[in-house]
Design a protein around this ligand. Sequence first.
Ligand SMILES: NC(=O)c1ccc[n+]([C@@H]2O[C@H](COP(=O)([O-])OP(=O)(O)OC[C@H]3O[C@@H](n4cnc5c(N)ncnc54)[C@H](OP(=O)(O)O)[C@@H]3O)[C@@H](O)[C@H]2O)c1
Length: 229
Amino acid sequence: MSKTVLILGANSDMAKAISKEFSAAGFNLLLAVRNPQNENEIAFDAVDFDSHEAFVKNLPTVPYVVVVAFGVLIEGDESFTKPKESLESTLVNYSGVVSILGHMAKPMAERGSGTIIGISSVAGERGRGSNYVYGSAKAGMTAYLDGLRNYLFKKGVHVVTVKPGYVDTKMKAHKPTPKIVTATPEDVAKALIRAYRSKKNTVYVLSVWRWVMLIIRNIPEFIFKRMSL
Ligand SMILES: NC(=O)c1ccc[n+]([C@@H]2O[C@H](COP(=O)([O-])OP(=O)(O)OC[C@H]3O[C@@H](n4cnc5c(N)ncnc54)[C@H](OP(=O)(O)O)[C@@H]3O)[C@@H](O)[C@H]2O)c1
């Protein structure tokens, strides 16, 4: 029997490529989106916390793989000038993840198998002036996924944290980034399924990001605060 993958935020550009990759690998797809357009999609809103318990209970099966692909970007001066939108973005990027996985992890742990894959971000590795609200939520998401991995290890469920670096999606369409540090959604999908198969804990999609972030993490704060990063 085919295994099922649940993709949360299935309309994201990365999620579409991820769906194709899992479908090609023989998985059944459960596509969770805010506004379902056909019978293959199910309604899911990351910030409708009260609906999450029923959402999980009503799934036709306990998925073998769960991919968290939803998120909103808030960056530049907006982190400073738009406090309301900033708060709302943390509810999607952090609280929404904690809420839905809080409900989803239980039946997977009871079954004693499966993989949760969360798309976090390198933005969570150090607070930067250019995206400190988004980065703080992704830092929370990364720590949450890491802790969940360690908790669920003894229960047979694996957790993968994906840090894609820049990806050419609609989220970044307003601000083109250099090719050498920019992955395609297909690169993300391939890295993600490889990580799933090899039970990796954390993956950078383009390996250049491992080195970029090593440097960024190690710049002394008194220099870092003078930079425009
Ligand atoms: N693009 C990058 O450079 C980059 C880099 C690192 C990490 N990431 C992360 O990768 C993930 C996917 O990003 P992407 O670039 O593929 O973005 P995207 O194409 O802009 O997709 C974001 C998705 O999140 C969904 N979403 C937003 N708020 C939601 C809510 N309250 N409930 C449910 N779904 C919600 C959107 O749904 P609708 O379709 O209904 O609007 C959309 O489908 C995100 O977590 C993002 O933070 C992106």
